[in-house]
Design a protein around this ligand. Structure first.
Ligand SMILES: Nc1nc2c(c(=O)[nH]1)N[C@H]1C(S)=C(S)[C@@H](COP(=O)(O)O)O[C@H]1N2
Ligand SMILES: [Mo]
Length: 411
């Protein structure tokens, strides 16, 4: 107990010191953020500074109140698992916790009965499991939306792949008791709005989804306690679904038998929605008549071994490497083009860490000519989806789904 108290004090002290000092001490304007994709897109705000928050290495600052930090893209080339200190951070509400005592923390679960579970209670449940899964923000890559949309101008670093340890949501819901009339399960974290006019950040899952085997209550990430800024001490993991459902600092779960409505249902009923049609898109500049909540991850792939603006050698073999992922059907194949989409060659797939994980790929190529080259990667999923060559548009700039281009110089 003493150790935990001390850890908690340290976390708090460190946090206060570092957040207080950060603007003065750690903000450096020296480093550039993401380069452009080569599609002629630049970020409206110009170069983005690197910042260091507690428990984190230097990450790209998107904004600071509340913290919104992007992972530098080169991280995804270094390892298939995103390190805890490199994992991106996103909050909506400025009043987020800065110190949490693991001894007094309780998770409230309202079903037929109301439970108040400690971390020890959760860790003692019998169905502990692990999953490697991608957490991707709905707005990842929004900065490439064309025409531009409102919202954080994100590069491709609002995603990460980690091994999550916890128990199934289902087991905890069943402990509380699920009535036959149950319709939705709502989730709330410890962060709150500063002004009462701002809605709280709450999310909901359909009861069928909530009691399916996949959603998990996780206390560990890559074998360690969750990083504070990624939702310590407990986070909802929804494999295959966008990060908006992965509620951090989870404190309240409620099974309800009616619609989720009112002021605090804003992030389900107004935010994080897509046009309700087959393409989930509208003509640029227009709005959809009907919308639906954003849900699963489309299949995406990236080249990680070289970024736009990079230089590759002519006349000798270079191994192109990258990652791909989808909503959990798994990656079936990867094709790579080194000539802007003319000739496509099949890449080799790396180790399979599970169908929700990043899947690494590699392909040796030899460029015979010097000059500019456009590299592309296209993933197919076991579910039968393939990345399209052109992107569609939606007002939120959510769910980017297109074959990405990497513009390099061969020299
Ligand atoms: N409590 C809480 N949980 C939250 C959010 C939030 O603002 N508050 N933002 C959500 C969104 S939109 C994203 S993209 C992910 C980001 O997870 P991370 O910060 O752990 O990377 O957290 C989700 N969970
Ligand atoms: Mo998000």
């Amino acid at each position: 107990m003493a150790k935990k108290m001390k850890l908690n004090m340290d976390t708090r002290r460190q946090f206060l010191r570092k957040t207080g000092m950060m603007a003065l001490a750690s903000t450096s304007l020296g480093a550039l953020g993401q380069p452009n994709t080569g599609e002629g897109v630049t970020f409206a705000a110009g170069p983005r500074p690197m910042v260091r928050y507690p428990g984190k290495r230097e990450l790209i600052l998107v904004h600071s109140r509340p913290p919104h930090l992007e992972t530098p893209f080169s991280t995804f080339n270094d390892s298939v698992i995103t390190p805890n200190d490199a994992f991106y951070v996103r909050y909506h509400l400025a009043n987020f916790p800065t110190a949490i005592n693991p001894e007094t923390y309780r998770l409230s679960v309202k079903g037929k009965t109301t439970l108040s579970l400690s971390l020890a209670d959760l860790k003692a449940l019998p169905d502990r499991s692990e999953v490697v899964a991608v957490n991707q923000c709905s707005g990842n890559s929004r900065g490439y939306s064309s025409p531009r949309v409102f919202g954080a101008q994100l590069g491709n670093g609002a995603m990460g792949n980690a091994k999550w340890t916890g128990v199934s949501l289902k087991s905890v819901l069943e402990l509380a008791g699920v009535s036959a009339k149950a319709k939705l399960v709502t989730f709330n974290g410890m962060d709150t709005p500063v002004m009462s006019s701002t809605p709280d950040f709450r999310k909901a899952l359909d009861i069928e989804h909530a009691i399916s085997p996949e959603p998990m209550l996780a206390w560990a990430m890559n074998g360690e306690d969750l990083p504070f800024l990624n939702g310590y001490p407990l986070k909802l993991i929804v494999p295959g679904y966008f990060g908006t459902y992965w509620v951090k600092h989870l404190s309240d779960i409620e099974i309800i038998d009616h619609e989720f409505s009112g002021h605090d249902a804003y992030f389900m009923n107004s935010g994080y929605r897509l046009p309700d049609n087959k393409c989930l898109c509208v003509a640029p500049g227009t709005t959809a008549e009907k919308t639906r909540p954003i849900s699963t991850l489309p299949v995406r792939s990236f080249i990680t071994s070289v970024e736009s603006g990079g230089v590759l050698p002519a006349g000798r073999e270079v191994v192109l490497k990258g990652i791909a992922f989808d909503k959990g059907t798994g990656i079936k194949s990867i094709e790579v083009s080194a000539d802007g989409g003319g000739v496509w060659r099949t890449a080799s797939l790396g180790e399979n860490l599970g169908r929700h994980s990043f899947r690494q790929w590699s392909l040796p190529v030899t460029f015979s000519q010097k000059g500019d080259a456009v590299l592309m990667v296209r993933a197919s999923s076991n579910g039968g989806d393939i990345q399209p060559m052109t992107s569609s548009w939606n007002p939120g700039g959510y769910r980017r789904w297109v074959v990405e281009s990497t513009h390099v110089t061969v020299a």
